[in-house]
Design a protein around this ligand. Structure first.
Ligand code: PMP
Length: 464
């Protein structure tokens, strides 16, 4: 009886919160007219491990690591404590002309773990910003500007991949190919040369993932053969195009892409904002292809999911192109919160966990369990594909799984799955009709079982 009253109180509190929220807030990536009837709005009180605790008294498993940011669970005490301790010392200081210990230590730590390639100069410089889109803008501007400073002013174009995504600011959005985000702003955007995605799902019958990748690399090469002298850089998301519905490709593409860029004297920008820090099974996705990029963009998991921060790593070769007597040959880009000490402290605490615990080995066991739990879905009549790269597992819902016939987009099956997932206490938040698991690394067996149950329920509800 008392519990009932508590439940009722919490539900009422959540409801009151919702109306206050919808009176003043504008949420990201949301058609606000869909709140609250089509789309639920969930006020969250606290987060612990893989769980989010709603004001309504219910628990929700965060299967999407809060937009792919969280690595070691919500409320991870070591990261929380590092931020608190740093806040007591130095919360922020202008980073132009000033330096601080967490900023310096983090740069050294990132350069130590950055992907390497035999015979290639290592990434040697770190430039900080405060979100992923800003990191992409920086890499694009640095690439172009370094060529301009070296007298190669004809290099003004970028190559990006079909189905790619790099963020929402105008430069980053320009490099993306997802119509949902890009189409309306197209008149404002840069126009990269789009090369077809190496996506393994797009294979011809009987074609292997590697064969598609190599076929697509030939098409990339043809673009460079025609436009090579005007290209600054190729930008791509190594191994998994996350916002592009978790489409995955074979590392052979990355090796060829690296060679093609080198041959044509262009840069390779690896956007590891979503896939970095262990998501794909290795610390960075580029490692699986044995390549190092000229620019490595990092964000999201950089701070373990605690604070907004990003970093662009580049080579001394790029850096040296900016050294000059003349001020405007320098990289005069800045963000007020560049190098924020709290973000740096969180990132150092997160990297310390990688140092002190066998994170990647443990993830291998977890990702095997994810594969086992998802295996029965391969037989589901409405699943066209189950694919996995490390700690990212995606399930493609379809009207007919066998023939890979998609549901009409207007049916919004993904949204149905999302709502059904929430009913069962899991945040699935599909990308279109693609359900996926990208949980915090601390997910344990009972939570994995809970996730699998909620997913089967969501799939059945969405495809009925
Ligand atoms: N690049 C990739 C690959 C991403 O997945 C994202 C975010 N989803 C971004 C860039 C943009 O990052 P942010 O949202 O922090 O601007």
């Amino acid at each position: 009886m008392r519990e009932d009253r508590n439940d009722r109180t919490m539900l009422a509190e959540a409801e009151a919160w919702r109306s206050r929220d919808l009176a003043v807030l504008w949420h990201p990536c949301t058609q606000m007219a869909e709140h609250p009837d089509t789309l639920p709005l969930l006020p969250i009180r606290r987060g612990r491990g893989v769980w989010l605790e709603g004001v309504d008294g219910k628990r929700y498993l965060d299967a999407v690591s809060s937009w792919w940011t969280n690595l070691f669970g919500h409320g991870e005490p070591r990261i929380a404590e590092a931020i608190a301790a740093q806040a007591r010392e130095l919360e922020h200081v202008i980073f132009a002309g000033f330096s601080h210990e967490p900023g310096l230590k983090l740069a050294e730590a990132l350069l130590r773990i950055a992907p390497r390639q035999a015979g290639r100069a290592a990434l040697a410089r770190v430039f900080y910003a405060d979100n992923g889109s800003a990191a992409v803008e920086i890499a694009l501007k640095m690439s172009f500007h370094s060529f301009a400073n070296r007298g190669q002013s004809r290099r003004t174009r970028f190559v990006a991949l079909g189905n790619g995504y790099h963020g929402e600011t105008l430069g980053a959005l320009s490099m993306g190919d997802l119509p949902l985000y890009r189409r309306v702003y197209a008149p404002l955007l840069l126009e990269p040369l789009f090369a077809p995605s190496p996506d393994a799902y797009e294979c011809e019958p009987g074609e292997s993932a590697e064969a598609v990748a190599l076929r697509r690399a030939d098409e990339l090469e043809a673009i460079f053969a025609e436009h090579g002298e005007s290209i600054c850089a190729l930008i791509l998301e190594p191994l998994v195009q996350c916002a592009g519905a978790m489409r995955m490709h074979h590392p052979a593409y990355l090796r060829r892409a690296r060679e093609i860029c080198d041959w044509h004297g262009a840069h390779l920008i690896a956007d590891e904002i979503a896939v970095g820090f262990g998501r794909t099974g290795t610390m960075f996705a580029c490692e699986q292809a044995g390549i190092a990029p000229d620019f490595l963009c990092l964000s999201k998991g950089l701070t373990g999911g605690f604070l907004p921060m990003s970093a662009v790593l580049t080579t001394n070769d790029v850096y040296e192109a900016f050294l000059s007597e003349s001020r405007d040959r320098g990289f005069l880009h800045s963000h007020s919160y560049t190098g924020n000490p709290l973000g740096c402290a969180a990132a150092l605490a997160s990297l310390a966990i990688f140092d002190s615990e066998p994170v990647l080995e443990r993830n291998r066991i977890t990702s095997t369990r994810m594969a086992e739990l998802a295996a029965p879905l391969r037989e589901h009549p409405h699943i066209a594909d189950v694919r996995q790269t490390g700690m990212i597992l995606a399930m493609e819902m379809a009207a007919d799984g066998r023939s890979r016939t998609a549901f009409p987009a207007s049916e919004r099956r993904g949204l149905r799955a999302y709502r059904a997932g929430l009913e069962r206490g899991a945040v699935l938040r599909p990308l279109g009709d693609v359900l996926y698991w990208m949980p915090p690394y601390c997910i344990d067996e009972p939570a994995l079982q809970h996730l699998a149950d909620a997913t089967f329920h969501a799939l059945n509800e969405a495809t009925r």
